[in-house]
Design a protein around this ligand. Sequence first.
Ligand SMILES: NC(=O)c1ccc[n+]([C@@H]2O[C@H](COP(=O)([O-])OP(=O)(O)OC[C@H]3O[C@@H](n4cnc5c(N)ncnc54)[C@H](O)[C@@H]3O)[C@@H](O)[C@H]2O)c1
Length: 327
Amino acid sequence: MSTTKNILITGGAGFLGPMLASKLLKQGPCNVVLTDLHAPPQPNGVHPSTSNLELVAADLTNPSDISRLISLRPTWHAIFIFHGIMSVGCEENPALSTKVNLEATQALLKAVSSLSEKPRVVYASTQAVYGPPYTASGPITDDTPATPVGVYGTHKLIMEAHINDMNRRGLIDAFAVRLPTVTVRPGAPSRSAAAFLSGILREPLAGLECIVPIEDRAARQVICSPRVMIENFVRVMAAPSDAMPSHIRAIYMPGISVTLGEMYEAFEEVVGKEKLGLLKTERDPEAERLLNSWPQTADFGNARRMGLAFDESCVQIYREYVDSLKA
Ligand SMILES: NC(=O)c1ccc[n+]([C@@H]2O[C@H](COP(=O)([O-])OP(=O)(O)OC[C@H]3O[C@@H](n4cnc5c(N)ncnc54)[C@H](O)[C@@H]3O)[C@@H](O)[C@H]2O)c1
């Protein structure tokens, strides 16, 4: 049995993949393969001369690219499945979501199931699997049914069911983690209805306007910081397989419930009043529909039982982003 912890991360040129790679490489001896449609750039904080990181181009809709990736190492300790099309992209092009979010992921899981040593699979799902009427009527609990109203959430839920069944049959050793909106995302806005939740801080700090697509200051969203999300990926990678029943593998990952009004207050506290004018409200009914269908509060029972980490407040999340810019 190999002792090297080989770890594969798909979606490796996106937001979370490079941050996770950087954390894993800092944390201990491991060998990370980061892959995306084009070879991902070197993640921030990883020395260019490191020999423990390989940056690989692969289109996961292409079966031969999947075989090539999986055979890069003799064994895998963990595989993080992060590639995908985000919420707005899925609504605009459901066929592309079928190809990438469903078929390519199924093909990857099939390839993983053929390995003799089973790696821990961590599949990035989303809180968008939840929907009305449960999202409007109170906290999401471990027993809340998933009732998505968008293509994105629906396809993630289909993959969760597939993972549950493959895990139950002993074909893979997996958890599906339902992410809240991770904010603040650096760089360009994503093709997600929730993109403004990062833009609200990121754009004014860069001297740019941010369009806020909802008016209601009492509207709630569940968010978490990149730091906490990455820490929790590492904890789920190490969690015992029996932390959840073999046919129930989805965990709603820790987030905090914040109103739009509280985001404005946190902005004022962390950035100051003068840049508030860069936040412009322009209602977008489609973004509003998706955002209002997502959870507003939750109790995170499974996440607490599994000892996952939590953020403290919106102010703390915003401060961490401001500090990351200084670093
Ligand atoms: N960031 C969040 O707030 C959030 C919230 C909920 C769920 N998630 C989920 O977490 C995962 C990671 O999120 P992220 O924000 O880093 O995503 P991202 O959009 O930044 O990155 C996704 C990556 O997938 C790649 N990709 C698309 N099609 C591909 C293909 N055919 N082959 C290979 N790669 C392909 C894209 O090029 C992109 O770099 C995603 O699956 C997302 O659905 C993220």
